[in-house]
Design a protein around this ligand. Sequence first.
Ligand code: HEM
Length: 391
Amino acid sequence: MSISKFRTTIGSRFYDALRGNSLPLFRTIDRGQTATLVRELRRNLSGHPTLQVDRPPRRPRVSRLQAAELATQSTMSRRVPIEPQRVDAPLTQSATFLVLTITDSPKAVKTIRSTLAGLDGLAKNVAIRDLNASFACTVGIGSKAWDLITKLPRPAELHPFPEVKGDVHTAVSTPGDLLFHIRSERRDLCFEFERQLMNLLGDSVKVVDETVGFRYFDVRDLLGFVDGTANPVGPAVPASILVAEEDSSAVGGSYIVIQKYVHNLQAWNTLKAEQQEAIIGRTKIDNIELDDADPGQQQSHKSLATIEDEDGVEHDILRDNMPFGSASAGEFGTYFIGYSRRLWVIEKMLQRMFVGEPRGLHDRILDFSTPLTGTTFFAPSASLLASLDSD
Ligand code: HEM
């Protein structure tokens, strides 16, 4: 390949970097890999068989493709903060779930609108301090607050969380106008963001609940099971969580349901591992999915939370549950958060869990876990959020 054709193919910035004019693209990858990549690609450009033939590489060589891919990925992920309202932001070590209601302070709505419109800038203030910490914030708006804050048509399915009453257990419905789902690898970044946010919101809001979650071993909940395995991946993520053409006023947004569960760990730990596995529907140590029970028999949590529509199409949701609690206070919990393109999917999961399928055979996870809260929100697209302050 001629040099000019090669330059056109790879782009002039990249070419200049390879020529040694500058190396900004490679700053974030390992020096050894950078040197190998640059040497290999320069050799291609020059047409010479090799440079520095007498010095063997100190590390095993990565293929040129692998190295170029690595360079692109690491440069892309570390150059800029995560965009606002990315519901599919990475799983992180820490998260804060902040639920607020609007007060009747005369300036409340105006203050909230301008704070939400500026959320992108607020998140950037914090995220830029450590781009490797994957800082992200998603805000959800409750149905009562939607009209007040956005003054826009309400997303078609948005309504308050409906209490679900089974024969034994109840999914309670609790207040909440705003939800901030704040995530980062670093606890201090979550804290700092929340500090700046609360400063701006001032007396326009009242805190209903603030829960700080932490990552527990290999993504386990406090019941000891790996939690989140069946989440969608790749193109199935936006297809499952983002509203599309079916509702033009809500495009690019996502329904959110939260429930704060506390566990009776003492009772749970009296069960044998096989009994716990039958309740969850997966093995405990190696996380292997168990077969569904026969129809009419007690179903596992995993089976009850699997939703098919009348055409047999399965509908996924995206969960980012987090353990929380305090060993000294004897509090052990799971903060459930589910994002979905269709609210009815999560509501059907709750029906099957609390009422049972068939009725009476409720999810046995509930014999050891009690929801203290239950609230529904809608996370609008970033562009809708940014437009809130425009009038
Ligand atoms: C005490 C609270 C909860 C705990 C500890 C919990 C834990 C788990 C665990 C360990 C799994 C299996 C691994 C996985 O695929 O993630 C699972 C699956 C799942 N859970 Fe939960 N969960 C809780 C509440 C909920 C609630 C309230 C919902 C929905 C309203 C839900 C929806 C799901 C779904 C959709 C799956 C995947 C099912 C499949 O295999 O397709 N979970 N959960």
